[in-house]
Design a protein around this ligand. Sequence first.
Ligand SMILES: Cc1cc2nc3c(=O)[nH]c(=O)nc-3n(C[C@H](O)[C@H](O)[C@H](O)COP(=O)(O)OP(=O)(O)OC[C@H]3O[C@@H](n4cnc5c(N)ncnc54)[C@H](O)[C@@H]3O)c2cc1C
Length: 322
Amino acid sequence: MSVLAVLEQRGGQWQRMSFETLAAAQQIAEELGTTASAAVLGHGIEALANELAAKRLDKVYALDHELLKEYTPDAFTQALAAHIKLLDPTIVLFPHTYQVRDFLPKLATRLGRVAVSDVIGHRVENGKLTLVRQLFQGKVNADVRFAGDGPHFASLQAGAYRADRVVDGSATVGAVTPALSPADIRTRPGEPFRESQRAVDLSAAELIVSVGRGIKEADNIPLIEKLAKALGAELAASRPICDAGWLPMERQVGSSGQTVAPKLYMAVGISGAIQHLVGMKGARTVVAINKDADAPIFEVADYGIVGDLFQVVPALIEALKK
Ligand SMILES: Cc1cc2nc3c(=O)[nH]c(=O)nc-3n(C[C@H](O)[C@H](O)[C@H](O)COP(=O)(O)OP(=O)(O)OC[C@H]3O[C@@H](n4cnc5c(N)ncnc54)[C@H](O)[C@@H]3O)c2cc1C
């Protein structure tokens, strides 16, 4: 039994979720009583492979080829399929990035396997691995077990594992040159999409007041702005608020928004969906205001106020002003 983590880089820079996947691979391997290895694909990736060699891993594989410099689903699938066939790992883990979503189903299908996507956690019982993934937009958690022999494929949701849990150690690096030729690749990568520069950097904010759908309508947003101002905090929001255009996208916190780690995160009228939690669970202190005592946000809150925000927030502003 063995675990392989396939990590992502672009232009010599790690994709930030790569080390979350590495941490997961180390944890799962340990619980299964086995070892984890890691693979990285690209061209001129010695420095990245050497960085991995300082982690607790059995082996690091650097799949280096000119045709892996830019991502294409054909080249990545071909290189990985051949490598995985040779290595025969039991579990192969990936970060659930846009790139992985693009090629993982193709890779799994090529090897006659299924891929479990967007995993948020795992358990090992009697030497058997159970993965947890969400259904119905996070309303239900489903346990998934693999049947038969590996390799089994899974991608891990952003924030599900903590990158700072990666354990140091030492590993040997194996340089692999995949057999690839330009004729194998049917697409030609264009100019990569670049996000526009963000005007607001919430990741550096020490105090954040974040507003969710509990605010009911755009006209009520100034109430939360007042609270943020009284605290000297940055204003943030859950996705529906930004989707509705009530606040700009750059203020969205969560898996498809910014990841923040302030000293104080005040969640006002936010239910605490997993996609929101992954963006803010690194906050040192979480305060939640919600009228529903069973809202999941209270599970991560250090302080909770069960009440109507339209009563609680004005009272808080008054108290802060005093
Ligand atoms: C692929 C994907 C990516 C996603 N990315 C993100 C992301 O990056 N960030 C994100 O936030 N979401 C994201 N989501 C959406 C996420 O699943 C939730 O739908 C969203 O976080 C819910 O936002 P909310 O908590 O504001 O709204 P709701 O879930 O509707 O919660 C509103 C809360 O307000 C409370 N409330 C209502 N009225 C009051 C009142 N008067 N006083 C006090 N409390 C009140 C309610 O009890 C409820 O708990 C994503 C979803 C998917 C599928």
